[in-house]
Structures are given as C-alpha cells and as structure tokens.
Design a protein around this ligand. Structure first.
Ligand code: NAD
Length: 497
C-alpha cells in the first residue's frame, strides 16, 4: 500500500497543490485529513465556462476519429496508472482496492468503447416521399458538457461522460463530489498529459471545478452549457432538473436507486446467495445499484435466508486496502447516522448494522452489513438509504412480488433468479420490472459499459455509457436534399402562383 505522497508523486501531482485550501478532505478509512483543496470562486467558474466554450468551437471541427485518438491515449494513461489511481480511489472514497481497480478498469473500457465510437457516429438515410429527394439525419457536437458526479464512483462517472463527450466533439466541465476532489485532480492531470502527448488539443477542453453544491449550481444555471449530466441523489436531481429545463437545456440525470432481486423457487440458490451478497454489501452498500430489497418465494425462504445469514457472518469488514476485506467504511459519520436512523425506524428481526472497529479507527465509520427480515405487507421500503441494509420479504405469487418490486419511486436496477423461462421472460416483459436495468441470474450491481446505464422514475431517466447513450451528447440535424428540377411540397400541398 502506497502513502498519499507516493500516490501523488506517481501521478505527477505536486502535494503542495492539495494544501492550503478551504475544502478539507478526509479519508473514510480512518478520518485522516488527506488535503485542503482550494475551492473555485464564482469568477473562476465563469472563466472556465468561457474557456470551455472557446475550446468547443475549435474541437468540434476536428474529425471525430482524430478526437478518438485523444481518448485512446487517455485510455493508455489509465492502463499505465491503474494501480495508483485505484489506490487513490480506495483512500479517498473507501471502497475496497479490488473495487477501486474495477472502477479504473471501467474507465479504460469506456475509453476503448469511445475510440471505436469515434468512427461510428452514424446518422440515418431516410426515404423521402418526394421524387428526386433524399433525407438524412446527421449528429453534430453540441457544446460544453457539464458533469456533476457523486462520491461513490469518483472517477468512472467522469470518464463515462468525458470519453463520449470528447469523441462527440464537445468540451467538458466537471464538478466532482466535494468528498472526492483529489481523485478528480488526478484524472484531470492524466487528461492534460494525454492532451499534451497528442498535441493540437485546445486548452480548456477539459475543465475541473472543485467545490460544493453552489459551484455545481452555477454550472447548472449557465445557458452556455447545453447538457448537464448529473449523478447523485434524487434530492440533487430535483433541484438540478428544473433549472436546466427552465433554460431549455438537456439534462442526463443519474439519481438514486432502490433496487431489488426476486428469487424464484427454481433458482440456483448458491448463485443467488453470491449475487445478493455482492449486490447488498459491495462498496458497503454505497452503489446506486446496490441491492436494497429481496423478494424470496416462501417455498425456498428457509433455505436461502439461513445461507445468506451464514454468508453475512463470514463477511470481513475492515481496512479497504487489506485484500481480505470485503466491506470497507461508510463515507462518513453522517452516512452512519442515516443508516442508524433507517434501522431504528423499523422493528423487525435483523442481524448486523452495528458500528465496528471504532477503537482502531475512531475517525472511520465501519459497520456490519444489516439484514432485516420484513413481515409480509402491501408496501416495501420506499427510500434509498445509502448503506448496507438489505430488507427481505417473503412472497407467494410472482405477479404480486413484481407489483411490490415496482411500487417504489425509484427505477434503476433489478434482477430475477430463476431457471423457469416463463418467469424470466415475464420479469423482462412490459408486465415485469419497470427499471432501466433488468437482469436474469446476475445481481443488480456491476454493470458492463457496453449497455446504456440509467433508470426510470425518480432515478431520473438519463442514460450514460454504452449502446446509443452517445446521442445524449450531440445534437441532431434532419436534412432534406432536393436533387430534382421540381419543387414538390410535402404532403402533396399545391402552392402555385
Ligand atoms: P449528492 O446528491 O449528495 O451529490 C452529488 C453531486 O451533486 C455532488 O457533486 C454535489 O456537490 C452535487 N450537488 C448537490 N446539490 C447540487 C445542486 N443543487 N446543484 C448542482 N450540484 C449539486 O450525492 P452523493 O451522496 O455524492 O452520492 C450518492 C447518491 O448518488 C446516491 O443517491 C446514489 O444512488 C446516487 N448515484 C447514482 C448513480 C446513477 O448512475 N444513477 C451513480 C452513483 C451514485
């Protein structure tokens, strides 16, 4: 394990540059102060947006495959620094090192995807109803893209947005979580190195704005930023969405989840237990896709739930850099308080949920993941508590389980464990899960970058990452070209003098 000084030196960051500012950053591991970062003033935000606009006007005319070259080099920088950046992610946001590495791998994967995409920004050719006419759809760069990100994926979310936005011909302005600015500084540094190596990249193509919500709010309100991609809580999206809509901007909202797994009688229970475990306790329950609710058919309840409890007893909670640890700390004391509040609001049998290691790490908030066995009721838990709490519900009828599954305000990720094709297809059908992500025989978390990522309802409706999510970072032009000598009007309208 490297010290912060070694990590920064490997990344070529001057340690003095993260000292002396007003934003104090603590490591969730032990509460130690990692840095004191300078926060952007309102004038600096203004300058960054102006520069990003200028950079956009240069970059938009660079051929897309050439833009892809920058992302190819960025991807290689990430490969080169995968371990170092992975350690920094662990140090600053507390996820275990394996997950820190996984997050950097996700960045590499989206860079590869975006490089390929840079030669595939396809439009359509459309049949015209008029003779001697052709219709076409072309995708153009749109402008500076504002990216607001959450603490729990401090680097991958930036890269999902940036890799696509850059090959699509845009500039990017990033407001990372105030809890994880150092990883953001590291990403910005790698981007700048890649830009230098490639050459002829406009200054200000990628900008970093460090600060709290107010800095993000200024970015969100600025008309010169046509797209705001905001990842975080539903409460944040509720503020950001209307501001962007009011100025006719576009928002890509990636907000909270309340994800569930349904386990059917024919399920492979060993697989189900492993998937539930990773989904519910991975990243200490601090993933937007974390499994928060579990519906278990009553016929298998007494075999699945005891196995799950036994697995919970074996989970190692501890320092996220220790390779034996599966669950690291919560991000901070307020996350711990929220977890305790959620647990004390429900009186039902439970295991876990206690603070541990407080003597060894008085400034770190480590908890044992909680399993709560809920009584049968009409409604399941409605809120997302960003902590490892799994609520288990027995069910009798799959349609009723699906109804309860969907009966929450959020709609991000979902999955079913079954070997019955009818149950699997029902879950994936229009009568099944209402989430943006619906899986069969894998858990709710750990999506690949190839698919479009995001969810419905209060999750915000945005899509990022793979599939055609790139269209969110471009504007569409529809063109009708007349190569005849006549001027026929659409719908056969006669309009002659
Ligand atoms: P948060 O909402 O507290 O903060 C997220 C970001 O929004 C931060 O950068 C913050 O400074 C900024 N922000 C807050 N208010 C703002 C405003 N009014 N204007 C502009 N910016 C503002 O979230 P968090 O605690 O960092 O992250 C956890 C939450 O994020 C959970 O709800 C989780 O489900 C969600 N999340 C969702 C996804 C997804 O893809 N759907 C991914 C990761 C996290």
């Amino acid at each position: 394990m490297m010290t912060l000084t070694q990590i920064l030196s490997n990344l070529g960051i001057d340690e003095a540059s993260i000292q002396g500012g007003e934003l104090v950053v603590h490591s969730p591991t032990d509460g130690a102060v990692l840095g004191q970062i300078k926060v952007c003033s309102s004038e600096e935000v203004e300058i960054a947006i102006t520069e990003a606009q200028a950079a956009f006007h240069e970059w938009k005319t660079v051929p897309a495959p050439k833009r892809g070259e920058l992302i190819r080099v960025l991807g290689n920088k990430l490969r080169e620094h995968k371990e170092t950046l992975g350690e920094l992610v662990t140090l600053e946001c507390g996820k275990i090192y394996q997950e820190g590495l996984g997050e950097v791998q996700e960045m590499i994967d989206i860079c590869d995807f975006a490089v390929g995409l840079s030669r595939q920004l396809y439009g359509l050719t459309i049949a015209s109803e008029r003779p001697g006419h052709r219709m076409a759809e072309t995708w153009h760069p749109i402008g500076p893209i504002g990216v607001i990100s959450a603490f729990n994926f401090p680097v991958a979310v930036w890269c999902w947005n940036t890799a696509l936005a850059i090959v699509c011909g845009n500039s990017v302005i990033w407001k990372p979580s105030e809890k994880t600015p150092i990883t953001a500084i590291a990403c910005q540094k790698l981007f700048e190195e890649a830009a230098r190596e490639v050459g002829n990249v406009p200054a200000g193509l990628s900008q970093l704005l460090i600060g709290e919500a107010a800095v993000g709010a200024q970015l969100v309100a600025d008309k010169r930023v046509p797209v705001i991609s905001a990842t975080g809580s539903t409460a944040m999206g509720r503020k950001v969405g209307p501001v962007v809509a009011q100025r006719f901007g576009r928002s890509i909202l990636e907000l909270g989840g309340n994800n569930a797994i349904i386990v059917c009688p024919s399920a492979d229970l060993d697989m189900a237990v492993r998937a539930i475990l990773f989904g519910a306790v991975g990243t200490a329950g601090q993933r937007c896709t974390s499994t928060r609710r579990l519906f278990v058919h009553e016929s298998i309840y007494d075999s699945l739930v005891p196995s799950l409890k036994a697995a919970y007893q074996r989970i190692r909670v501890g320092n996220p850099m220790d390779p034996k640890t599966l669950v690291g700390p919560l991000i901070d004391g307020s996350a711990y308080q929220m977890m305790q509040q959620a647990l004390s609001a429900i009186s039902a049998p439970r295991i876990g949920g206690e603070r541990v290691l407080s003597e060894e790490y008085p400034g770190g908030y480590y908890v044992t993941p909680a399993l709560v066995e809920m009584p049968i009721s009409d409604r399941t838990v409605q809120e997302e508590t960003f902590a490892p709490i799994l609520y288990i519900y027995p069910y009798q009828d799959l349609n009723e389980a699906i109804r309860q599954h969907n009966d929450v305000p959020q709609g991000l990720s979902s999955s079913i464990f079954t070997n019955d094709i009818r149950e699997a297809e029902l879950f994936l059908s229009v009568a099944g899960s209402d989430c943006g992500i619906a899986n069969v025989n894998i858990g709710t978390s750990g999506a690949e970058i190839g698919g479009a990522f995001g969810g419905e309802k209060e999750t915000g409706g945005g899509r990022e990452s793979g599939s055609d999510a790139w269209k969110g970072y471009m504007r569409r032009t529809t063109s009708t070209i007349n190569y005849s000598t006549e001027l026929p009007l659409a719908q056969g309208i006669e309009f002659d003098l």
